[in-house]
Design a protein around this ligand. Structure first.
Ligand code: ADP
Ligand code: MG
Length: 354
C-alpha cells in the first residue's frame, strides 16, 4: 500500500474538522477527494503534507510512519487553488524552486526544468512572470513546480476552482492523462462532483470531517452507503412522503422515512409512452428546464416533487401538463444508511392469448 491514513483526528478549538478518518491508496492511483465546502478536505491534505499536525492517528507513506517527518522531507508535491506562484520569479525559477532550495546542481536543474516545460506545454514561456500568464498557464506552472523534485505523492487542492468552466474542463482532461502517463499517486480535491467523477480512478467522499465512502465513481454512484452520499452524488430529489408514491405504499421500510430519487429512476410521459402503465400514476409538470442534451422536468406527484429527464427526441411536455409518472426505484434513507427499493408493480403485462 502506498499511502495509508489511520484513525486521524483534528480539531480546531471545539470544531472537529477531521473525525477518525482512515483510508489507503494504491500506488499510481488518482484519487478524487470530494465533499462540500468546510468538510475537512484541505485539512486532510495539509495533515498528509505535514503542514498540520493531527491530534491523533498516523500517516504512512511506503509503509513508513511519517508523523514526525518534516513537510519538505515527505516527498509530497502540493498545488493550491490560488496559484501561489512566486510573483517576482519567472516561470523557469518558479519551476526550479524546489530543486534550488535542495541545492541541486545548476545543470541538473536546467535539465529537469526543461523536461517539465516540455511536459506541461510551457516551452517558450520560461522567461515570463506570473502576471504575464493566463490562469490555466499559471496552474500548469504550479503543477510543474510541484513535480520538479519528483514527489512520491501529488496533492492538488481545488487546483482549477478559480478558472473558467471551459478552460477548466480542458485542464482536467490534460491533468488526468498527464498523471496517468507519469504514474504518480495523486489526490485531487474538489467540491464539484462532475469534476471528481471525470478525473478520479477512485473517490473519497468526505462530509463534516467524516469519510463517508471510498470507491470507484461507478461504485459510489450505484451503491451509495450513506444517506449523505445518496443525496450528494447525482442530481437527486428528496421525497418527504415516499409512502404516498404508487408502488411504495406498502413498503414497511418507508414508513416515516425519507427517500432519494435520481432523475434516471423516473419515467415521465404521456400514458402510452410509459412501459408499465399499471405501475404509473398521475403527475403534473411544474417546470421544464433546457439542459442542452436533454430536458429536465420538475414534476409534482401529490405532495411530492421529483426531477426527471426527457430526451429532446420525444414530444416536448409543457408546464401544467398532466403526465404519467413511473418511479422505477428509490433509495430509502434511514439511520444514515441508504437502501435501494424497486417498484414492485413493475411487472410485465400478462401475456395475451389469441
Ligand atoms: P474544506 O477544504 O473541505 O472546505 P477545511 O479542511 O478547509 O474544509 O475546513 C474544515 C473545517 O475546519 C472548517 O469548518 C474550517 O472553518 C475549519 N478550519 C480549517 N482550518 C482551520 C484553522 N486553521 N483554524 C480554525 N479552523 C479551521
Ligand atoms: Mg478546502
Amino acid at each position: 500500500m502506498h499511502i495509508e491514513v489511520r484513525n486521524v483526528n483534528k480539531a480546531f478549538g471545539t470544531h472537529q474538522a477531521v473525525r477518525d478518518v482512515s483510508f489507503t491508496i494504491e500506488r499510481g492511483k488518482l484519487i478524487g477527494l470530494l465533499g462540500p465546502s468546510g468538510g475537512g478536505k484541505s485539512t486532510l491534505l495539509r495533515i498528509l503534507a505535514g503542514l498540520e499536525t493531527p491530534d491523533s492517528g498516523d500517516i504512512f507513506i511506503n509503509g513508513q510512519r511519517v508523523n514526525d517527518v518534516k513537510p519538505q522531507l515527505r516527498g509530497i508535491g502540493f498545488v493550491f487553488q490560488n496559484y501561489a506562484l512566486f510573483k517576482h520569479m519567472n516561470v523557469f525559477d518558479n519551476i526550479a524552486f524546489g530543486l534550488t532550495i535542495r541545492k541541486a546542481r545548476k545543470a541538473e536543474i536546467k535539465e529537469r526544468v526543461n523536461e517539465l516545460l516540455e511536459l506541461t506545454g510551457l516551452r517558450g514561456f520560461e522567461h515570463r512572470y506570473p502576471h504575464q500568464l493566463s490562469g490555466g498557464q499559471r496552474q500548469r506552472v504550479a503543477f510543474a513546480r510541484a513535480l520538479a523534485p519528483k514527489p512520491e505523492l501529488l496533492l492538488l487542492d481545488e487546483p482549477f476552482a478559480a478558472i473558467d468552466a471551459k478552460v477548466r474542463k480542458e485542464l482536467r482532461t490534460w491533468l488526468k492523462s498527464l498523471i496517468a502517463e507519469l504514474g504518480i499517486t495523486s489526490i485531487f480535491v474538489t467540491h464539484d462532483q462532475d469534476e471528481a467523477v471525470e478525473v478520479a480512478d477512485e473517490m473519497l467522499i468526505v462530509q463534516q470531517g467524516r469519510l463517508e465512502q471510498q470507491g470507484s465513481p461507478i461504485h459510489i454512484y450505484t451503491d451509495p452507503r450513506t444517506a449523505f452520499v445518496a443525496g450528494f452524488i447525482g442530481h437527486s430529489s428528496v421525497v418527504e412522503q415516499p409512502n404516498s408514491l404508487r408502488g411504495f405504499e406498502n413498503a414497511a421500510s418507508l414508513a416515516g422515512a425519507k427517500a432519494i430519487i435520481r432523475p434516471e429512476f423516473v419515467e415521465v410521459g404521456r400514458q402510452e409512452e410509459i412501459a408499465f402503465p399499471s405501475a404509473a400514476e398521475k403527475g403534473k409538470v411544474r417546470h421544464v428546464f433546457f439542459r442542452g442534451a436533454h430536458l429536465e422536468l420538475d414534476v409534482e406527484i401529490g405532495a411530492n416533487r421529483v426531477s426527471a429527464h426527457r430526451s429532446l427526441d420525444q414530444v416536448p411536455l409543457q408546464p401544467g401538463e398532466e403526465v404519467s409518472v413511473l418511479i422505477h426505484r428509490l433509495y430509502v434513507i434511514s439511520d444514515e444508511s441508504a437502501t435501494m427499493v424497486e417498484n414492485p408493480l413493475k411487472v410485465d403485462p400478462l401475456p395475451v392469448h389469441i
